[in-house]
Ligand binder design. Structure first.
Ligand code: SF4
Length: 217
């Protein structure tokens, strides 16, 4: 089976079984989303969702966050991983949005990547989740699961994964595909021992087919 065929089957399967797939981060607007996404690096969405209610109560906009001191922000984010650098990024990002973008988060991925703490992955999450653009963010789950299923072939880094996937996924399904892969990697095709026994992709999953073949020999 070719990669293009596998990707078509993957999109068909999830379009039918999971037509709605969304981020597990709780947010109301692009401001809250980018704060939550920055906090979520190397941290669980669950932990971030415990932190953000108090954070947004104290700093409810770029304008308020831009006027904050780093110790004030640190106090609210100290229970997540890398609180020092995340604090610095958040304050610097808010100041830059106020100074250079009139307090409005840009929707262009190149502009987003000019913001402190925002790399390609974060920019693509914001563009697809907040602005519904066909941008695919590749995190550790997307990278691993795509290769296991056989949606990518020997992708060496997230950029190669992204380019191989977007070539064959219909544009309007790209934002959904990001969530499908993340949620599948988080709950079914987990890193150490994928739960193939409850997975609906066995008929075309490259990893599963290899395991089956090796058992027959
Ligand atoms: S069959 Fe197994 S390896 Fe393949 S996607 Fe499902 S859980 Fe992952």
């Amino acid at each position: 089976m070719t990669r293009a065929e596998r990707i078509r089957k993957f999109v068909e399967y999830f379009s039918e079984h999971q037509p709605v797939a969304e981020t597990e981060l709780v947010y109301q607007d692009p401001y809250e989303l980018i704060v939550a996404v920055i906090l979520s690096a190397q941290c669980t969405d669950k932990r971030v969702n415990m932190i953000t209610p108090a954070f947004f109560e104290k700093f409810c906009s770029f304008s308020e966050l831009a006027g904050a001191t780093e110790p004030e922000v640190f106090e609210l984010v100290k229970s997540c991983s890398y609180p020092n650098s995340k604090t610095r990024y958040l304050v610097q990002l808010a100041r830059k949005v106020m100074e250079e973008y009139h307090g409005v988060l840009p929707d262009d991925v190149d502009e987003l990547q000019k913001l402190p703490g925002v790399g390609r992955k974060t920019a693509h999450v914001i563009a697809s989740v907040a602005f519904n653009q066909p941008k695919l963010a590749v995190d550790t789950h997307v990278f691993r699961v795509s290769e296991r299923i056989g949606l990518t072939f020997r992708a060496k880094n997230p950029l190669q994964t992204e380019l191989q996937l977007v070539k064959h996924i219909p544009e309007k399904k790209i934002p959904l595909a990001h969530h499908w892969l993340i949620l599948h990697g988080r709950y079914v095709c987990v890193a150490r021992r994928p739960k193939c026994e409850i997975c609906g992709l066995t008929a075309f999953c490259r990893h599963y087919q290899k395991v089956i073949k090796s058992m027959k020999h």
